[in-house]
Design a protein around this ligand. Structure first.
Ligand SMILES: NC(=O)c1ccc[n+]([C@@H]2O[C@H](COP(=O)([O-])OP(=O)(O)OC[C@H]3O[C@@H](n4cnc5c(N)ncnc54)[C@H](OP(=O)(O)O)[C@@H]3O)[C@@H](O)[C@H]2O)c1
Length: 276
């Protein structure tokens, strides 16, 4: 696989799940890393695990606590980061939450707002703040959207909306950054076995669980490995997993009808079993 030797990579959400596993792979390929998330002790633990994977002790592996949903905090912390670590060659925006996967009527304005602030505005803010510095390096922006941004899902009015919006952001941003020699990759994984799903499981309705299971589940190690490969080949839209790619192809070919018919049937069966 391509070497990332000497590349500076910032990873939001680098302390857990997909971001953590991507960091280990980047470290093993020679990159310098800056891991960003809110919880400092988890960041330190993640950095230690990446130090064990790095090729050389000269590789920098730094951490910085930041709340991507806090506009002022992002501005302040990113100027500190640029001064200490230099501009990123690659920015991976993996920070995200999937709380409040529930019936739309149970999702309050504040819950919806929290999901948007972290998943959408947090990604927007990180890119916008780092863009002037990244332009000089012809950098690469990587956005973690989701299969839930490609397909509607029962219980996903908040999370799915934020992830679909990220696809819109990526699509427009790509046109603006390409003439500058910059790259954009947007990634749409199906379910990945990470701590995020523990949050989701607290509220996800049975109908949503059943529909989601159709696309299968992958390990964070596998997801990270194939995402890093897609970044290395500078692919724009990347959908990890052959099954998800097949479902997306069917979705496009049937203009969404195939997905709606299958999901409606699964939801009908689950509700019948529940006596609804
Ligand atoms: N897991 C899946 O099934 C799946 C599927 C498709 C797409 N994705 C997407 O992949 C990305 C990574 O998900 P994951 O499964 O790896 O999740 P995860 O294991 O729960 O990790 C989420 C990371 O984001 C950080 N984070 C959350 N809120 C933040 C905030 N306000 N500011 C800064 N950092 C924040 C967390 O650290 P702190 O809490 O310490 O801040 C953590 O490092 C997400 O964008 C997710 O939507 C996940």
């Amino acid at each position: 696989m391509k070497s990332f030797d000497g590349r500076m990579i910032y990873i939001t959400g680098g302390s857990s799940g997909i971001g953590l596993e991507m960091g280990k792979i980047f470290a093993a390929r020679g990159a310098d890393l800056l891991l960003l998330a809110r919880n400092s002790s988890k960041l330190e633990e993640a950095a230690l695990s990446m130090e064990k994977c790095r090729l050389s002790p000269k590789q920098k592996i730094g951490t910085l606590s930041v709340d991507v949903a806090d506009h002022a905090d992002v501005g302040k912390k990113m100027s500190m980061a640029l001064e200490k670590y230099g501009a990123p060659d690659i920015l991976v925006s993996s920070a995200g939450i999937n709380k409040y996967a529930d019936h739309f009527e149970n999702i309050t304005y504040d819950m919806f707002d929290e999901v948007m602030k972290i998943n959408l505005y947090g990604t927007r803010d990180m890119i916008h703040t780092l863009l002037p510095a990244m332009k000089k390096k012809k950098g690469h922006v990587v956005i973690l959207s989701s299969a839930a941004g490609l397909f509607g899902m029962f219980g996903y009015t908040a999370y799915g909306t934020s992830k679909a919006a990220l696809l819109g952001l990526a699509d427009s941003l790509r046109y603006e950054l390409k003439p500058l020699g910059m790259k954009v990759t947007v990634v749409c994984p199906p379910e990945v076995d990470t701590p995020m799903n523990l949050d989701e499981a607290k509220t996800l309705p049975k109908e949503g669980r059943a529909v989601k299971s159709m696309a299968g589940m992958m390990s964070p190690q596998f997801a990270a490995r194939v995402i890093v490969k897609a970044i290395a080949r500078e692919q724009y839209l990347f959908i990890p997993g052959a099954l998800t790619r097949f479902l997306y192809l069917m979705h496009r070919l049937s203009n969404g009808r195939g997905t709606r018919m299958t999901s409606d049937a699964v939801i009908w069966m689950v509700r019948k079993k529940m006596g609804k």
